[in-house]
Design a protein around this ligand. Sequence first.
Ligand SMILES: N[C@@H](CCC(=O)N[C@@H](CS)C(=O)NCC(=O)O)C(=O)O
Length: 201
Amino acid sequence: MKLWSMPSSGNSYKVRLALALLDRDCEIVDVEESSAELAAAKAAGRLPFGKAPVLELDDGRLLPESNAILCWLGEGTRLVPDDAFGRAAMLGWMFWEQNQHEGVIAVRAALRSYPSRRHLATPERMAELLERGHALLQVMEERLAGHDWLVGDGVSLADLCLYGYTHTAGSRGGFDMARFPGIGRWIDRIAALPGHKGIAE
Ligand SMILES: N[C@@H](CCC(=O)N[C@@H](CS)C(=O)NCC(=O)O)C(=O)O
């Protein structure tokens, strides 16, 4: 397998983390934001939706969308709950991550860190994203204040998915993580999983 992966992106990192935790062999091809490699991968048709990550299977099939890739890699492993409700609840968090969390938590971090986006980081937009982000993180805090994991009693794809951008929400996004001690303990729990790799590893 080959993963077309953006080193600085939480969407690509969550897949790299799943590969590491599952001890799966995969060639990683770096396609950093605004790089010639990213442009070449798009031109070569390796990114069907024009975005990273994409998993290229050994038979040549291409799978875009980070959470779809997580589902593919997680099939039949301990990262997917055994029961139907648990699986649906896991997907619920993963859909929420894409349609609520990512568009605020990741976007604020991107506006702060990618030079190509800085002109969009107006004080009004940054303040609005800060307020919305804190409200979204509070949704996670309400679950994690009383539970070790987002779904059931064990780590699942939902945790890896949300960890992708949440673990750098303070350092990259500028969110006040001291307000969310349950999230802090959960981040430490994921970082302690056997095989865990950091975003820069
Ligand atoms: N929903 C997609 C989002 C992928 C995405 O937005 N990727 C960004 C990096 S986080 C990208 O490839 N940007 C490069 C570009 O748009 O040229 C997923 O979860 O995989």
